[in-house]
Design a protein around this ligand. Structure first.
Ligand code: NAI
Length: 337
């Protein structure tokens, strides 16, 4: 059997991690032949809760799980890790402005970027789940200059899974028969869920999603809105945010990064923009990507209509604003030193 690899989950005492840790430890991301050492990082007030999570992981009696290391020290949490799920973040509290939220998170992701830079493996794959995920990933990468920028990503896979599920429902087919639904831009309400390039299999024939649905007002209206507002709908119904589906999406994201995408299929990931599709450069923008040998590549050459272009512009502008606000927080804290 292979040597164990070290995987860190931050926010390990939280609700997403509660589902995520089990899925990882069962082998759903790195394979059923890959032993694991799990690092569980949270903040000092949660140290007691972490102990409970460790007890439960042990009680699951999972054959792949060689060791569980709970910690509140980032330098121990990130030591020699091959993959990092950055789930922990400062949640939005009542009365908190976006700027306050950004400011709290910028500080967290600066510290974590610095720790990754110092102690993680240089080929570590970093997935940021904690919100605002795109901008947090941007900040984290900037504080880890010794790790390639393409190793940092933000999660829009939950949005992709939500969009794929809506399309499957509309077409009356299984989700496994639907592919290439795209999420563009920010993991926020300005994201653009795009089914125009989607494909599905029916009776062993591949067909175009948009041609089969043939209802532009749905694809530009109810479909987009349902996906954009799905997080809020889950909170309204469950009185808590999406956790099981977020954990599953984090597994899907890292699984495909680790194992690659099937020929002709693409998935959405927030990655550093190179300006493709007129997106702003130097923000973490969600694109359709193909993955081979653990390296993603933005799918080029897709045709965008004017509606799509206007949506990409909007979400790109929001990402630039967030990035600039984050940078101003960092500048302000640097000048206060
Ligand atoms: P939660 O509040 O249940 O857990 C968050 C955990 O993070 C807590 O245990 C907290 O102590 C910990 N934490 C806070 N600061 C930390 C730090 N500096 N280092 C390590 N741990 C830290 O929240 P939940 O439901 O697990 O969600 C986590 C994050 O994921 C939130 O920011 C949420 O908005 C985001 N999210 C992102 C999604 C996406 O699609 N990108 C989907 C759903 C949630």
């Amino acid at each position: 059997m292979a040597e164990p690899i070290r995987i860190v989950v931050t926010g390990a005492a939280g609700q997403i991690a509660y589902s995520l840790l089990y899925m990882i430890a069962r082998g759903e991301v790195f394979g059923i032949d890959q032993p694991l050492i799990l690092h569980l990082l949270d903040i000092p007030p949660m140290a007691g809760v972490l102990e409970g999570v460790v007890m439960e992981l042990n009680d699951c009696a999972l054959p792949l799980l060689r060791e569980v290391i709970p910690t509140t020290d980032p330098n121990m949490g990130f030591k020699d890790v091959s993959a990092a799920f950055l789930v922990g973040a400062m949640p939005r509290k009542e009365g908190m402005e976006r700027k306050d939220l950004l400011s709290a998170n910028v500080k967290i992701f600066k510290v974590q970027g610095q720790a990754l830079d110092k102690v993680a493996k240089k080929d570590v794959k970093v997935l940021v789940v904690g919100n605002p995920a795109n901008t947090n990933a941007f900040v984290c990468a900037n504080y880890a200059p010794s790790i390639p920028r393409e190793n940092f990503s933000a999660m829009t896979r939950l949005d992709q899974n939500r969009a794929t599920a809506q399309i499957a429902l509309k077409l009356g087919v299984s989700v496994s028969n639907v592919s290439n639904i795209i999420i563009w831009g920010n993991h926020s309400s300005t994201q653009y869920p795009d089914a125009d390039h989607g494909k599905f299999f029916i009776e062993e024939t591949q067909k175009s999603v948009s041609r089969a649905i043939n209802d532009e007002s749905y694809l530009r209206g109810a479909f987009v809105e349902t996906v954009q507002k799905r997080g809020a709908s889950v909170i309204a119904a469950r009185k808590m945010s999406s956790a099981m589906s977020a954990a599953k999406a984090a597994c899907d994201h890292m699984h495909d990064w680790w194992n690659g995408t099937a020929p002709g299929q693409f998935v959405s990931m927030g990655v550093f923009s190179d300006g493709s599709y007129n997106s702003p450069k130097n923000v973490i923008f969600s694109f359709p990507v193909e993955i081979n040998n653990k390296k993603w590549k933005i799918v080029e050459g897709l045709t965008l209509n004017d509606f799509a272009k206007s949506k990409l512009k909007l979400t790109g502008e929001e990402l630039q604003e967030e990035r600039n606000e984050a940078l101003s927080v960092l500048d302000a804290s640097a000048s206060n030193l």
